[in-house]
Design a binder for this molecule. Sequence first.
Ligand SMILES: [Zn+2]
Length: 327
Amino acid sequence: MGTLDVQDVSGKWSPDFFGEKSSSRKEIESHPTVKSLIGSKMLLKKPMNLFMYDSLRLSNIIQTTISDYETTTPKPPFEKVARKIDEIIKVDKKKKTLSKEYFDKVLKKAQAQVASELRFEAKSTAIKTTNSLEDNLNEFRKANKSAKAVEILRRIGLYFCKKCNALLCTNTFESRTCQCGNVITHVKNTDKFSAMVLSDEAQAFIKNNIWLEYGVESIFLKAGYQTACGIYVMGSSGVRYEIDLLAVNKIMNRRTIAECKNRPVSMDDIFKLYSEMSDLGCSRSYVFSTGTPESEDVKKFAISKNITVFERVLELSEVEMVEQLQE
Ligand SMILES: [Zn+2]
């Protein structure tokens, strides 16, 4: 976590200099699941990166499956229903005539059966994917000593109708009559299981690339800087900037900003950083990217403006990055 209390040092660096954090950002960062990810000190390590994005992918599958369930069941695909109608008619010994009434009855039955089968498949997907998500977490924690305390999952209780596989309720059980007519009075009448998904805060931490900012922050801390991550600061012009990382090294008498990009670095990124640097009174700054600069010109321009670009950060040695920050 950041060590720089930017509010308190206002005025020490430059008259208009202060920093603040958005409340949504504060909420994400103070959540235990996010703290556990930061606490692993593995954010710039490849296994952590694979683990985070794989967990996010599995979590999305589970959430989509559940939300599809919650929306009204769409009409089952015609082909499946047609096949089901054939099956029902074939085994129906009582059938005498193919009257319209008879056909309507069969159609309804076929639609209900196909819908139930589809819901069963969806339920199986949610169970299977939840298992993978939990297994992955277990394996990751076992394989990485410093990740032992990583906790990122949230439980969602799901209650299904045993007859038609409809999702009856989530998290809190409520007695009711299912759409299929099944009267459900007790939990034991349902087929219940707990799906697991990533906490919303952990999802935001990964999706918004906040993990990269914290990973980079850890490098600055090791290099002896005081830091503040994800803050708004005001330049001497009076313009507010959102800065990924503000870092101050009092011994080196250096104030610097770092931008973190989970993508290649463009010329615009460097232009923007350069103007922020001059407005904030930083003589040098850094870009940390999981990719590479988009062209040689980007590199040339960055060097000429005293901006160091660390490319493919997940493949770099932390020790070397720390050394470079101390130069
Ligand atoms: Zn039902």
